[in-house]
Design a protein around this ligand. Structure first.
Ligand code: ADP
Ligand code: MG
Length: 253
């Protein structure tokens, strides 16, 4: 893997939810770097701030403090509309647990959508969609609709849609949460292969240590903070990730 430069610098992000008389610190001074071509897994207990982090990184939520800086990005205020929408469209690919495909569109139309929104030329779109269909192994399914596909195939379409614009970052929230063990491993092997070939930077939220072993690095969240970190080395990763995660779970009790 080439790790030359920082694609995303997250600095001192704090997000406080204010309720009647009480405050919840969903994120407390969170800082980390995501490198070009790197896959980071975010693991953490429920309520530790994982979804809040993804929302902030996607400019769907504005932090109370701190900043995120994207490689090659000018100094625009990304958290305010209409900048936030533009920022997302240009820079972020999403993969959701529930696939979130548009059911009335075909496989190829779903994949083409981000390019259409960006206003790319039809010829260029067709070319990119063709090669993406090959990458995800669904060329024969291009005219099908999501409902005609298996869960694994649907998630492949969602991955194709997220990667089609070669966005600086791809964000995934429990992307294999609706898939069985074998399909999960198949999808993750393919995703890591694509990530390597495209040198794609990704951030994946997961509660599954098996999923985290596919990452280059695991950040452990607890109470809105990064409390531990693990660099995957290829052997014993699952044991090391599990024992770190168990420690965090125990601290919680
Ligand atoms: P995770 O995704 O790790 O389970 P979240 O980011 O969803 O955690 O939540 C972090 C904390 O912020 C939790 O204590 C949660 O209850 C709180 N929280 C999340 N969203 C809101 C909201 N819209 N209003 C108030 N509190 C929230
Ligand atoms: Mg969540």
């Amino acid at each position: 893997m080439e790790v030359n430069d920082v694609v995303l610098a997250v600095r001192d992000i704090t997000r406080v939810y204010k309720g009647d008389g009480h405050e919840v610190y969903a994120l407390k001074n969170v800082s980390f770097d995501l490198y070009k071509g790197e896959l980071i897994a975010i693991m953490g207990t429920s309520g530790s701030g994982k979804s809040t982090l993804l929302n902030v990184l996607a400019a769907l939520d504005e932090p109370d403090k701190g900043k995120i800086q994207l490689y090659g990005q000018n100094k625009m205020e990304i958290f305010k509309e209409p900048n936030a929408t533009f920022y997302r469209r240009e820079n972020i690919g999403f993969i959701f647990q529930s696939f979130n495909l548009l059911k009335d569109l075909t496989v190829e139309e779903n994949i083409a959508l981000p390019l259409i929104l960006k206003g790319e030329e039809k010829l260029q779109i067709d070319e990119k969609v063709d090669s993406m269909l090959k990458l995800i192994g669904l060329t024969g399914w291009r005219k099908h609709r999501p409902v005609q596909l298996s869960g694994g195939q649907q998630q492949r379409v969602a991955i194709g849609r997220a990667l089609i614009t070669s966005p600086p970052i791809v964000l995934a929230d429990e992307l294999t949460g609706n898939l069985d063990y074998n399909t999960t491993n198949e999808i993750l092997h393919e995703l890591v292969e694509m990530k390597r070939n495209l040198n794609q930077s990704m951030l994946v939220v997961t509660h599954d240590p098996n999923v985290a072993t596919f990452a280059d690095r695991v950040l452990f969240f607890h109470d809105g903070q990064i409390v531990d970190e693990y660099k995957c080395i290829g052997t014993k990763d699952i044991d090391n990730i599990l024992s770190k995660f168990r420690l965090i779970m125990e601290k919680r009790i």
